[in-house]
Design a protein around this ligand. Structure first.
Ligand SMILES: *Cc1c(COP(=O)(O)O)cnc(C)c1O
Length: 374
């Protein structure tokens, strides 16, 4: 049996977006970010599709996500971006995950685990080239590289950094971060550390920062059909454009006709000014349809926009369909995505929520049942 609320994930849109990123990447390898359950789109299903399409490696936040990808049969390298701590090292090595190392303190632990498993463990280093969040500072970089090279059972496979402002096309910060990354990693040539994969670009770096592709790119949001700078990015994007992957669909559970002057829902936040027809939806903040969408959101009913009225509650939301052809109980209502000729995208919803498309997708996708469609 299925919930009345469902998230649809479009396989063809995922493939299209991967190929768009693939084209932008040129000769560089593509590492899809599938953290946060694939930005709410389903980590395992997305990773399988990207693997078929030629992904070189994958990025997750915690080791546990990487272990799940291995259990699902993903064989590509999996970079663990956060949570490389003594407590996770054994499981990480057992699953042949690739730790992203931010300082030398973890190296002895990694070396012990690699020896115990009888492998040479490849690691990537995270350089703080300007993000100011995680990683080793440029001044300490050579020391960290030398520490890796001097540690038995470890191999240096890559060096990465992250852009703080690549979604801002007018900022010159990204050019500075790229320059610091290249100047700092230039020392690798003299250190005899073999083939080392350099990677820096997230979606913003891939689309907006000249020269940032390096050996590998790490798109996340672009694979799920959105631009890192939201609606502005979508409006300015060249062809072929990204295609949103997620739809959020619910159903009408009651159609009510109420007189003028009726207070609707908690606090009677909305009072009808005219005799009204109100459709009741079995969705609310427990499904990620946040309470702060109250008074702002629209939903698509019969291919037309209808305003959400009254307080969004835990499991119920009301839409005013007075001006629409009267819908029936059981009719589908689209909260995110296309219905007929109308569309509500994650940038519009993020605007109503006061957040960014990333957060709306993570919320909806992780709090509802998902199904893959073509
Ligand atoms: C999440 C993440 C990305 C992807 O960023 P998008 O803006 O979604 O493309 C790339 N690199 C790192 C280190 C990340 O954490």
């Amino acid at each position: 049996m299925e919930s009345l609320n469902r998230i649809e994930i479009s396989r063809s849109a995922l493939i299209h977006n991967f190929q768009v990123c693939r084209q932008w990447a040129g000769d560089s390898a593509v590492l899809p970010l599938v953290k946060a359950d694939g930005y709410g789109h389903g980590m395992i299903d997305c990773a399988r599709i990207f693997a078929e399409q030629g992904a070189a490696a994958f990025g997750v936040a915690e080791a546990i996500e990487g272990v799940r990808l291995r259990e699902a049969g993903i064989t590509q390298p999996i970079l663990v971006l956060v949570g490389v701590v003594p407590q996770t090292v054994a499981d990480m090595v057992k699953a042949r995950l690739t730790p992203v190392v931010t300082d030398a303190s973890i190296l002895p632990e990694l070396s012990r685990a690699a020896r115990a498993s009888g492998i040479e463990l490849g690691v990537h280093l995270k350089l703080d080239a300007g993000m100011g969040r995680q990683g080793t500072l440029p001044a300490d970089f050579v020391g960290l590289v030398q520490a890796v090279l001097a540690t038995p059972h470890l191999r240096l496979d890559g060096v990465m950094a992250h852009f703080p402002l690549s979604d801002d096309r007018r900022s010159d910060n990204s050019a500075t971060v790229l320059r610091i990354f290249q100047e700092t990693t230039a020392v690798l040539a003299g250190l005899n550390c073999g083939k080392c994969c350099l990677h820096l670009a997230n979606s913003g770096g891939l689309f907006y920062v000249a020269g940032a592709r390096l050996d590998m790119v790490r798109p996340g949001i672009a694979l799920y059909g959105y631009y890192p700078d939201g609606a502005a990015g979508a409006a300015a994007a060249p062809e072929p454009r990204l295609r949103p992957v997620m739809r959020y669909v619910t159903r009408i559970i009651q159609v009510r006709r109420v007189p003028a002057g009726s207070g609707l829902g908690y606090c009677h936040l909305f009072t009808t000014a005219r005799p009204s027809t109100i459709a009741v939806l079995p969705v609310g903040y427990a499904n990620g349809y946040l309470r702060n969408l109250t008074g702002k959101a629209c939903a698509l009913v019969g291919g037309r926009r209808a305003p959400v009225v009254g307080r969004i509650s835990m499991n119920l939301t009301l839409v005013d369909v007075t001006d629409l052809p009267e819908p029936q109980v059981g009719d589908e209502v689209v909260l995110l995505g296309r219905q007929g000729r109308e569309e509500i995208d994650a940038d519009e919803i993020a605007g109503w929520m006061g957040t960014i498309n990333y957060e709306a997708l993570c919320l909806f996708g992780q709090l509802n049942a998902r199904m893959m469609v073509d």
